[in-house]
Design a protein around this ligand. Structure first.
Ligand SMILES: *Cc1c(COP(=O)(O)O)cnc(C)c1O
Length: 361
Protein backbone atom coordinates (compact mmCIF):
# COMPACT_ATOMS: atom_id res chain seq x y z
CA UNK A 1 0.00 0.00 0.00
CA UNK A 2 1.24 3.46 -0.85
CA UNK A 3 -0.32 6.50 0.82
CA UNK A 4 -1.44 9.20 -1.58
CA UNK A 5 -1.36 12.97 -1.04
CA UNK A 6 -4.93 13.65 0.06
CA UNK A 7 -6.09 17.23 -0.59
CA UNK A 8 -9.69 16.62 0.56
CA UNK A 9 -11.39 19.39 2.54
CA UNK A 10 -12.68 17.25 5.40
CA UNK A 11 -12.47 14.61 6.60
CA UNK A 12 -8.91 15.13 5.53
CA UNK A 13 -5.36 13.96 5.80
CA UNK A 14 -4.02 13.13 9.26
CA UNK A 15 -0.41 12.63 10.37
CA UNK A 16 0.89 9.19 9.37
CA UNK A 17 2.68 8.57 12.72
CA UNK A 18 -0.65 9.11 14.49
CA UNK A 19 -2.49 6.68 12.19
CA UNK A 20 0.24 4.10 12.75
CA UNK A 21 0.07 4.51 16.51
CA UNK A 22 -3.70 4.11 16.45
CA UNK A 23 -3.30 0.95 14.36
CA UNK A 24 -0.71 -0.46 16.78
CA UNK A 25 -2.67 0.39 19.93
CA UNK A 26 -6.19 -0.17 18.69
CA UNK A 27 -6.92 -3.78 19.64
CA UNK A 28 -5.09 -3.91 22.96
CA UNK A 29 -4.56 -0.46 24.41
CA UNK A 30 -1.31 -0.40 26.36
CA UNK A 31 -1.74 -3.88 27.81
CA UNK A 32 -5.30 -3.28 29.06
CA UNK A 33 -6.60 -6.23 27.02
CA UNK A 34 -9.21 -4.12 25.28
CA UNK A 35 -9.59 -1.25 22.84
CA UNK A 36 -10.15 2.39 23.74
CA UNK A 37 -13.58 2.17 22.10
CA UNK A 38 -14.60 -0.66 24.44
CA UNK A 39 -13.73 1.03 27.73
CA UNK A 40 -15.98 2.90 30.12
CA UNK A 41 -15.72 6.64 29.68
CA UNK A 42 -15.94 6.87 33.48
CA UNK A 43 -12.72 4.89 33.86
CA UNK A 44 -9.22 6.19 34.53
CA UNK A 45 -7.83 5.56 31.04
CA UNK A 46 -10.38 7.60 29.12
CA UNK A 47 -10.46 10.27 31.80
CA UNK A 48 -6.70 10.76 31.44
CA UNK A 49 -6.79 10.82 27.66
CA UNK A 50 -9.62 13.34 27.69
CA UNK A 51 -7.88 15.62 30.16
CA UNK A 52 -4.60 15.38 28.26
CA UNK A 53 -6.37 16.34 25.03
CA UNK A 54 -7.94 19.38 26.72
CA UNK A 55 -4.63 20.37 28.33
CA UNK A 56 -2.72 20.08 25.05
CA UNK A 57 -5.26 22.24 23.22
CA UNK A 58 -5.00 24.81 26.01
CA UNK A 59 -1.20 24.75 25.95
CA UNK A 60 -0.72 24.85 22.18
CA UNK A 61 -3.27 27.61 21.55
CA UNK A 62 -2.38 29.54 24.71
CA UNK A 63 -5.87 29.54 26.19
CA UNK A 64 -6.07 31.64 29.39
CA UNK A 65 -7.26 30.05 32.65
CA UNK A 66 -10.50 32.08 32.53
CA UNK A 67 -11.69 29.99 29.57
CA UNK A 68 -13.29 26.55 29.49
CA UNK A 69 -12.07 24.07 26.88
CA UNK A 70 -14.61 21.39 25.98
CA UNK A 71 -14.89 18.62 23.42
CA UNK A 72 -18.50 18.04 22.38
CA UNK A 73 -20.26 15.83 19.85
CA UNK A 74 -22.48 16.93 17.01
CA UNK A 75 -19.95 18.62 14.74
CA UNK A 76 -19.48 22.34 14.23
CA UNK A 77 -22.99 22.37 12.79
CA UNK A 78 -24.49 21.73 16.22
CA UNK A 79 -22.74 24.91 17.41
CA UNK A 80 -24.58 26.89 14.71
CA UNK A 81 -27.78 26.14 16.68
CA UNK A 82 -26.41 25.84 20.21
CA UNK A 83 -24.85 29.30 20.15
CA UNK A 84 -28.07 31.22 19.45
CA UNK A 85 -30.09 28.97 21.75
CA UNK A 86 -27.73 29.82 24.58
CA UNK A 87 -26.92 33.45 23.81
CA UNK A 88 -29.61 34.89 21.53
CA UNK A 89 -32.75 33.94 23.45
CA UNK A 90 -35.23 36.45 24.88
CA UNK A 91 -35.50 38.80 21.89
CA UNK A 92 -31.79 39.58 21.60
CA UNK A 93 -30.04 40.45 18.37
CA UNK A 94 -26.54 39.55 17.12
CA UNK A 95 -24.16 40.71 14.41
CA UNK A 96 -22.80 38.51 11.62
CA UNK A 97 -20.25 38.76 8.87
CA UNK A 98 -21.63 36.87 5.87
CA UNK A 99 -18.46 35.64 4.25
CA UNK A 100 -19.57 32.47 2.48
CA UNK A 101 -21.22 29.08 2.69
CA UNK A 102 -20.30 28.30 6.32
CA UNK A 103 -21.13 31.73 7.69
CA UNK A 104 -24.48 31.43 5.93
CA UNK A 105 -25.32 28.14 7.63
CA UNK A 106 -24.51 29.60 11.04
CA UNK A 107 -26.51 32.72 10.19
CA UNK A 108 -29.58 30.78 9.05
CA UNK A 109 -29.68 28.90 12.35
CA UNK A 110 -29.23 32.08 14.39
CA UNK A 111 -32.18 33.65 12.53
CA UNK A 112 -34.44 30.86 13.78
CA UNK A 113 -33.76 31.96 17.35
CA UNK A 114 -33.28 35.73 17.33
CA UNK A 115 -32.52 38.78 15.24
CA UNK A 116 -29.49 38.85 13.00
CA UNK A 117 -27.86 42.02 11.78
CA UNK A 118 -25.50 41.40 8.86
CA UNK A 119 -22.55 43.80 9.18
CA UNK A 120 -20.93 42.78 5.92
CA UNK A 121 -22.07 40.54 3.07
CA UNK A 122 -19.65 39.25 0.43
CA UNK A 123 -22.39 38.61 -2.14
CA UNK A 124 -21.32 41.41 -4.50
CA UNK A 125 -17.86 39.79 -4.73
CA UNK A 126 -19.32 36.29 -5.02
CA UNK A 127 -17.91 35.60 -1.53
CA UNK A 128 -14.37 35.78 -2.85
CA UNK A 129 -13.41 38.68 -0.61
CA UNK A 130 -13.40 39.71 3.05
CA UNK A 131 -13.96 43.03 4.79
CA UNK A 132 -11.24 45.08 6.41
CA UNK A 133 -11.96 44.24 10.07
CA UNK A 134 -11.34 47.88 11.01
CA UNK A 135 -14.34 49.01 8.94
CA UNK A 136 -16.88 46.81 10.74
CA UNK A 137 -19.34 48.77 12.84
CA UNK A 138 -20.40 46.43 15.61
CA UNK A 139 -23.85 47.14 17.11
CA UNK A 140 -23.33 48.22 20.73
CA UNK A 141 -26.26 46.11 21.94
CA UNK A 142 -25.41 42.95 19.96
CA UNK A 143 -25.36 39.75 22.02
CA UNK A 144 -22.26 38.81 20.00
CA UNK A 145 -20.56 39.13 16.63
CA UNK A 146 -20.19 35.83 14.80
CA UNK A 147 -17.48 35.35 12.21
CA UNK A 148 -15.98 32.46 10.24
CA UNK A 149 -12.17 32.48 10.38
CA UNK A 150 -11.69 30.53 7.18
CA UNK A 151 -14.31 29.79 4.54
CA UNK A 152 -13.50 26.20 3.61
CA UNK A 153 -15.47 26.32 0.35
CA UNK A 154 -14.74 29.86 -0.83
CA UNK A 155 -11.05 29.79 0.12
CA UNK A 156 -10.96 33.12 1.98
CA UNK A 157 -9.29 33.49 5.39
CA UNK A 158 -9.26 36.47 7.77
CA UNK A 159 -5.73 37.80 8.31
CA UNK A 160 -6.72 40.11 11.16
CA UNK A 161 -9.51 40.23 13.74
CA UNK A 162 -12.20 42.83 14.39
CA UNK A 163 -12.17 44.91 17.58
CA UNK A 164 -15.58 44.45 19.16
CA UNK A 165 -15.21 46.34 22.46
CA UNK A 166 -17.71 44.97 24.97
CA UNK A 167 -19.51 42.85 22.38
CA UNK A 168 -18.33 39.22 22.61
CA UNK A 169 -16.61 37.91 19.49
CA UNK A 170 -17.57 34.36 18.47
CA UNK A 171 -15.63 32.51 15.79
CA UNK A 172 -16.05 29.34 13.78
CA UNK A 173 -12.43 28.23 13.33
CA UNK A 174 -13.24 24.76 12.02
CA UNK A 175 -10.97 24.79 9.02
CA UNK A 176 -7.94 26.70 10.28
CA UNK A 177 -7.95 25.71 13.94
CA UNK A 178 -4.40 25.06 15.19
CA UNK A 179 -2.85 26.15 11.90
CA UNK A 180 -1.76 29.57 13.18
CA UNK A 181 -1.40 31.56 16.36
CA UNK A 182 -4.56 33.29 17.53
CA UNK A 183 -5.03 35.99 20.21
CA UNK A 184 -7.55 33.94 22.19
CA UNK A 185 -8.31 36.82 24.58
CA UNK A 186 -9.96 38.76 21.70
CA UNK A 187 -12.59 36.02 21.46
CA UNK A 188 -15.31 34.98 23.86
CA UNK A 189 -16.09 31.77 22.05
CA UNK A 190 -14.10 29.72 19.54
CA UNK A 191 -15.33 26.47 18.09
CA UNK A 192 -13.95 24.01 15.57
CA UNK A 193 -15.05 20.65 14.20
CA UNK A 194 -12.16 18.21 14.55
CA UNK A 195 -12.09 16.68 11.10
CA UNK A 196 -10.26 19.47 9.23
CA UNK A 197 -7.08 19.89 11.22
CA UNK A 198 -7.05 17.96 14.48
CA UNK A 199 -8.65 14.53 14.22
CA UNK A 200 -11.47 12.39 12.90
CA UNK A 201 -15.09 13.59 12.62
CA UNK A 202 -17.45 13.31 15.55
CA UNK A 203 -15.96 15.85 17.94
CA UNK A 204 -16.01 19.62 18.16
CA UNK A 205 -13.74 21.74 20.28
CA UNK A 206 -15.42 24.62 22.11
CA UNK A 207 -13.34 27.24 23.90
CA UNK A 208 -15.41 29.66 25.92
CA UNK A 209 -14.83 32.54 28.28
CA UNK A 210 -16.24 31.20 31.53
CA UNK A 211 -18.24 34.31 32.45
CA UNK A 212 -20.28 33.81 29.27
CA UNK A 213 -22.01 30.87 30.95
CA UNK A 214 -24.01 33.32 33.07
CA UNK A 215 -25.85 34.33 29.90
CA UNK A 216 -27.29 30.89 29.17
CA UNK A 217 -31.09 30.67 29.40
CA UNK A 218 -32.79 29.56 32.61
CA UNK A 219 -34.09 26.40 30.94
CA UNK A 220 -32.73 24.45 28.01
CA UNK A 221 -32.54 20.72 27.19
CA UNK A 222 -29.51 19.06 28.73
CA UNK A 223 -27.25 18.42 25.74
CA UNK A 224 -27.66 21.95 24.41
CA UNK A 225 -26.74 23.53 27.74
CA UNK A 226 -23.14 24.79 27.77
CA UNK A 227 -23.36 25.19 31.54
CA UNK A 228 -23.83 21.47 31.96
CA UNK A 229 -20.94 20.58 29.64
CA UNK A 230 -18.70 23.08 31.42
CA UNK A 231 -19.68 21.79 34.86
CA UNK A 232 -19.13 18.16 33.86
CA UNK A 233 -15.81 18.85 32.09
CA UNK A 234 -17.46 17.84 28.76
CA UNK A 235 -18.20 14.39 30.16
CA UNK A 236 -21.91 14.88 30.85
CA UNK A 237 -22.78 12.04 28.49
CA UNK A 238 -20.67 9.48 26.64
CA UNK A 239 -18.15 11.59 24.74
CA UNK A 240 -16.79 10.60 21.30
CA UNK A 241 -13.92 8.65 22.86
CA UNK A 242 -12.24 7.52 19.67
CA UNK A 243 -12.11 11.06 18.26
CA UNK A 244 -10.84 12.41 21.58
CA UNK A 245 -8.04 9.83 21.66
CA UNK A 246 -6.99 10.77 18.15
CA UNK A 247 -7.19 14.49 18.90
CA UNK A 248 -4.86 13.89 21.84
CA UNK A 249 -2.41 12.03 19.59
CA UNK A 250 -2.57 14.71 16.88
CA UNK A 251 -1.95 17.41 19.50
CA UNK A 252 1.10 15.48 20.79
CA UNK A 253 2.35 15.19 17.23
CA UNK A 254 1.79 18.92 16.65
CA UNK A 255 3.65 19.81 19.83
CA UNK A 256 6.60 17.67 18.75
CA UNK A 257 6.60 19.50 15.38
CA UNK A 258 7.05 22.81 17.19
CA UNK A 259 3.43 23.77 17.91
CA UNK A 260 1.60 26.66 16.26
CA UNK A 261 4.65 28.72 15.23
CA UNK A 262 5.88 25.70 13.23
CA UNK A 263 2.39 24.97 11.86
CA UNK A 264 2.05 28.60 10.77
CA UNK A 265 5.42 28.60 9.03
CA UNK A 266 4.69 25.36 7.22
CA UNK A 267 1.23 26.60 6.18
CA UNK A 268 2.84 29.70 4.66
CA UNK A 269 5.41 27.62 2.78
CA UNK A 270 2.94 25.05 1.50
CA UNK A 271 0.39 27.59 0.29
CA UNK A 272 3.08 29.79 -1.32
CA UNK A 273 4.39 26.85 -3.35
CA UNK A 274 0.93 26.21 -4.79
CA UNK A 275 -0.25 29.82 -5.24
CA UNK A 276 3.07 30.69 -6.93
CA UNK A 277 2.64 27.78 -9.34
CA UNK A 278 -0.87 29.02 -10.19
CA UNK A 279 0.42 32.58 -10.74
CA UNK A 280 3.32 31.63 -13.02
CA UNK A 281 0.96 29.55 -15.16
CA UNK A 282 -1.66 32.27 -15.45
CA UNK A 283 -2.53 31.32 -19.03
CA UNK A 284 -4.03 28.03 -17.86
CA UNK A 285 -4.61 28.36 -14.10
CA UNK A 286 -6.02 31.17 -12.01
CA UNK A 287 -6.94 31.84 -8.41
CA UNK A 288 -10.13 33.93 -8.13
CA UNK A 289 -9.38 35.10 -4.56
CA UNK A 290 -7.51 38.41 -4.09
CA UNK A 291 -4.07 37.94 -2.53
CA UNK A 292 -4.96 39.79 0.68
CA UNK A 293 -7.44 37.18 1.85
CA UNK A 294 -6.27 33.94 0.29
CA UNK A 295 -6.64 30.96 2.57
CA UNK A 296 -3.54 29.04 3.61
CA UNK A 297 -5.69 25.97 4.25
CA UNK A 298 -8.13 25.73 1.32
CA UNK A 299 -6.66 26.97 -1.96
CA UNK A 300 -9.29 27.38 -4.66
CA UNK A 301 -8.34 27.68 -8.31
CA UNK A 302 -9.79 27.39 -11.77
CA UNK A 303 -8.52 26.28 -15.13
CA UNK A 304 -9.33 27.93 -18.48
CA UNK A 305 -12.24 25.58 -19.17
CA UNK A 306 -14.23 22.96 -17.30
CA UNK A 307 -12.89 20.34 -19.72
CA UNK A 308 -9.36 21.22 -18.69
CA UNK A 309 -10.36 21.06 -15.03
CA UNK A 310 -11.69 17.53 -15.50
CA UNK A 311 -8.51 16.57 -17.33
CA UNK A 312 -6.34 18.10 -14.61
CA UNK A 313 -8.18 16.19 -11.86
CA UNK A 314 -7.69 12.95 -13.84
CA UNK A 315 -4.02 13.69 -14.29
CA UNK A 316 -3.64 14.50 -10.59
CA UNK A 317 -5.16 11.16 -9.61
CA UNK A 318 -2.62 9.38 -11.79
CA UNK A 319 0.10 11.19 -9.82
CA UNK A 320 -1.46 10.06 -6.52
CA UNK A 321 -2.81 13.53 -5.74
CA UNK A 322 -6.48 13.23 -4.82
CA UNK A 323 -9.34 15.24 -3.32
CA UNK A 324 -8.70 18.27 -5.56
CA UNK A 325 -12.21 18.71 -6.93
CA UNK A 326 -13.84 21.95 -5.79
CA UNK A 327 -16.97 21.87 -3.63
CA UNK A 328 -20.02 20.80 -5.64
CA UNK A 329 -21.66 24.19 -5.02
CA UNK A 330 -18.88 26.20 -6.72
CA UNK A 331 -17.01 23.77 -8.99
CA UNK A 332 -13.39 24.31 -10.01
CA UNK A 333 -10.52 22.92 -8.00
CA UNK A 334 -9.52 23.18 -4.37
CA UNK A 335 -6.38 22.00 -2.63
CA UNK A 336 -6.90 21.62 1.11
CA UNK A 337 -3.52 21.68 2.78
CA UNK A 338 -4.02 21.18 6.49
CA UNK A 339 -1.33 20.71 9.15
CA UNK A 340 -0.77 17.07 8.28
CA UNK A 341 -0.01 17.76 4.59
CA UNK A 342 3.76 17.47 4.18
CA UNK A 343 5.66 20.05 2.16
CA UNK A 344 6.35 17.26 -0.37
CA UNK A 345 2.61 17.15 -1.12
CA UNK A 346 2.56 20.85 -1.95
CA UNK A 347 5.72 20.45 -4.07
CA UNK A 348 4.16 17.56 -5.96
CA UNK A 349 1.03 19.61 -6.70
CA UNK A 350 3.04 22.69 -7.74
CA UNK A 351 5.12 20.46 -10.03
CA UNK A 352 2.02 19.00 -11.62
CA UNK A 353 0.55 22.48 -12.20
CA UNK A 354 3.75 23.47 -14.06
CA UNK A 355 3.80 20.30 -16.09
CA UNK A 356 0.10 20.46 -16.94
CA UNK A 357 0.30 24.10 -18.01
CA UNK A 358 3.25 23.36 -20.29
CA UNK A 359 1.33 20.59 -22.04
CA UNK A 360 -2.02 22.36 -22.22
CA UNK A 361 -1.10 26.04 -22.52
C1 LIG B 1 -16.62 21.69 7.95
C2 LIG B 1 -17.04 22.97 8.52
C3 LIG B 1 -18.19 23.06 9.35
C4 LIG B 1 -19.11 21.91 9.63
O1 LIG B 1 -18.54 20.93 10.40
P1 LIG B 1 -19.35 19.60 10.76
O2 LIG B 1 -18.44 18.96 11.75
O3 LIG B 1 -19.54 18.82 9.50
O4 LIG B 1 -20.65 19.99 11.37
C5 LIG B 1 -18.48 24.30 9.87
N1 LIG B 1 -17.73 25.38 9.63
C6 LIG B 1 -16.63 25.33 8.85
C7 LIG B 1 -15.82 26.56 8.61
C8 LIG B 1 -16.26 24.12 8.27
O5 LIG B 1 -15.17 24.05 7.49
Amino acid sequence: MARIFNFAAGPSTLPLPVLEKVRDEFVDYQGKGMSIVEMSHRGKVIDEIHNQALALIRELLGVPASYKVMILGGGATLQFGMIPMNFLWGGKSCDFTQTGAWAKKALEDAKKVGKVNVLWDGKADNYLNLPDPKTLKVSPDAAYLHMTANETIGGVEWQDWPETGKVPLFCDMSSDFMSRRVPVEKFSLIYAGAQKNVGPAGATIVIMREELLERCPPSIVAYLDYRLHAKENSMYNTPPVFSIWMIKLVMEWLKAQGGLPAAEKLAAERSKLIYDAIERNAGVFNCPVPKACRSKMNLVFRLKTEELEAKFLEEAKKHKLDGLKGHRSVGGCRASVYNAMPLEGAKALAGLIDEFAKKNG
